[in-house]
Design a protein around this ligand. Sequence first.
Ligand SMILES: Cc1cc2nc3c(=O)[nH]c(=O)nc-3n(C[C@H](O)[C@H](O)[C@H](O)COP(=O)(O)OP(=O)(O)OC[C@H]3O[C@@H](n4cnc5c(N)ncnc54)[C@H](O)[C@@H]3O)c2cc1C
Length: 332
Amino acid sequence: MSGGGDRDVWVLLRAGDGGLSAADKGLLREGRRLADKLGGALAAVIPGGEIVDAETAIGAAGGDSFFPAGGGDHPERCAAVLASLVQRHLPRLFLALADAFGADVMPRLAAAAQLPLVTNCVDIEASEEIIFTKAVQGGRLHAAITAPGGGPGLATLDPHHLPEGDAPSAARRAERCEVASDGEPIDTRLDIVSRVKAAPASVDIGEAEFVVAIGSGVAAKENIATYARFAEAMGAALGGSRPAVDSGALPHARQIGQTGKSLTARLAILCGISGSDYFTAGIQKVGTKIAVNTDRDAPIFKSADLAIVADADELIPRLTERLARRAKEGGA
Ligand SMILES: Cc1cc2nc3c(=O)[nH]c(=O)nc-3n(C[C@H](O)[C@H](O)[C@H](O)COP(=O)(O)OP(=O)(O)OC[C@H]3O[C@@H](n4cnc5c(N)ncnc54)[C@H](O)[C@@H]3O)c2cc1C
């Protein structure tokens, strides 16, 4: 059975809405790269549930095996289950995304298993020793960190610095490793009373699943309500190009691009954006890009999966109306 050993790399995946997100696939790719360097295997650990057709999905993204582990989505129970797994199998590296889940679970795992943890890494190199690189001083400096001893070493990775991927290989299947579901009951100090999905408008644009982005072609201040309504109907976060921010239509935290945020969305609808390199640097990791532009020669169409030559100011209100009608009819 693969998935344990002092050269192996493990990645923490969350069983969310079923499938693997773009960030999960990036984490698996990074895990694969490091496992190959170390000469070990890559295993995914999935606490609290299942990923749909995990054998195929994880295998195609580069994993050799996976552990469906217990612990649910309670961070203390989850950390306890992971600690016993890590202590049993002693992988060389255990990586997670530096998102809300990773930031909640990994420090608890480090404390429970008495292991070193480096958070928010932008790079990890594996040779004689493991070198973790993280941005410090607000990104002005990079710190290189090594952990004493031979491992296991824990790290969380900035989702914006994960490697771009090759097309997945559908032929590869990951091996399922059975694990005891919840382990020993433990005393917890945390009661989760309820979980409330954040309104898309309040989600960090870099982490939003769906994004509507506006450019200088449509981002006049009096137009914002039209696009905000569309974003709301889509369950999307609203962002934009630099001119949309410079004009005061959007706050700086909503800027996309080289000097703004990088998106990890599954879908982005790009309205009235020409597609300069400074902007497209921020949409490389988007799953599906739909661009709406009046100019059929706009460079953004080269980056888009679907190109719509249209006046967005006319198209978007009609789409919003249609989405509202569908919502009223119960999605029929
Ligand atoms: C150092 C530096 C850093 C930068 N960083 C960033 C960055 O991080 N992010 C960023 O975005 N930019 C950045 N820029 C600016 C960048 O170079 C471009 O100027 C900017 O991205 C252009 O924004 P835009 O596409 O919204 O506007 P434009 O280039 O003006 O394009 C507007 C588009 O809207 C279309 N259009 C007009 N009306 C409509 C309509 N009714 N419906 C549909 N389409 C319509 C037009 O055909 C056109 O293609 C940076 C520049 C520099 C020098």
